[in-house]
Design a protein around this ligand. Structure first.
Ligand code: UDP
Ligand code: MN
Length: 292
């Protein structure tokens, strides 16, 4: 069915065999300029691996104009979402559950109804190879959470935009809250039959490999790690919290003995993209400003 929607609206990424699909998108979210750094590297990694779908980033009003301009150099669409100004029921959901602020913002991805299907990726993920095949999966497909494998991890999931589903999710949030205070708890209780209903909706772990798995189950990592397609820097320390030495191409580890060698190499990959492809965007824009 997707074939019927093929359109050549985006010649920039049209390879000889791969026609871009303009009614499907990779979607991420950044609510501040810090998370924008993650979104930029993620977006660039999708481009580097020749993603054939549109790239969309949701931002909130806190994101600065400079970052919006830079995001627009990597993403096809930068869409502002604002909890407070939105439709009444979002307003209500937000007032009743202010602690779910970022969570409710993530749910906005279901309102992207100009797309028929999307893949959501957290801003702290990094794509290691082409993952267009995810669009053959149906809502809601996701990979198991490493901490509780009967729950899916909400850092990578396939979904189908729908105002009806969005409304139901918001209703669920106001009525039941979220058992972990975030989107993952809410989405797991909403899509509660994920773990048993349809094995096709279980994405292989290589589509959402937590960067510390090498440490928790190293033989499995040795066996399967090289086929990882998406790495997820979940947890409190994000790639942008490290310092990086561009001369050695390596992050500096300050007394943190818990960072494994594999984790370090993922961090170095992240920083390599940041240095090679993202920092020059800042320089270009500052240069353009000087000329006007
Ligand atoms: N996020 C954001 N601003 C925040 C916190 C989270 O934009 O202050 C978005 C961002 O896309 C992030 C996602 O929400 O990747 C989920 O949060 P995070 O990745 O920090 O959670 P974890 O994966 O570590 O559980
Ligand atoms: Mn995350």
């Amino acid at each position: 069915r997707a074939q019927a929607h093929l359109a050549a609206r985006c010649p920039r990424r049209a390879g000889p065999q791969t026609m871009p699909v303009s009614d499907q998108a990779f979607v991420t979210l950044a609510t501040n300029d810090v998370y924008c750094q993650g979104a930029l590297v993620l977006g660039q990694s999708l481009r580097d691996h020749r993603a054939t779908r549109r790239l969309v980033v949701l931002v909130t009003p806190q994101v600065s104009n400079l970052l919006r301009v830079i995001l627009s150099r990597v993403f096809d669409e930068v869409i502002e979402v604002n909890l407070i100004d939105s439709v009444d029921y979002i307003h209500l959901a937000f007032l009743k559950r202010p602690e779910l602020g970022v969570t409710l913002t993530k749910l906005h991805c279901w309102t992207l109804i100009h797309y028929s299907k999307c893949v959501f990726l957290d801003a702290d993920t990094l794509v290691l190879s082409n993952i267009d095949e995810l669009f053959s999966r149906r809502e809601l497909s996701a990979a198991p959470d490493p901490g509780w494998p009967d729950c899916f991890n909400s850092g990578v999931f396939v979904f189908q935009p729908s105002l009806e589903t969005h409304g139901l999710l918001l209703r669920h949030a106001t009525d039941h809250g979220s058992f972990d205070g975030a989107d993952q708890g809410l989405l797991n209780s909403f899509f509660s039959n994920w773990s048993t209903a349809d094995i096709q909706k279980h994405l292989p772990f290589i589509y959402n490999l937590s960067s510390n798995t090498a440490y928790t189950y190293s033989p499995a990592f040795k066996q399967f790690g090289s086929s990882a397609k998406v790495v997820h820097f979940l947890g409190s320390t994000k790639p942008w919290n490290y310092k990086y030495n561009p001369q050695t191409g390596s992050v500096l580890e300050e007394g943190s003995g818990s960072v494994s060698q594999h984790q370090t190499s993922f961090l170095n990959l992240w920083w390599g993209i940041y240095h090679r492809s993202i920092l020059p965007l800042y320089e270009n824009i500052l240069h353009e400003d000087e000329q006007t």
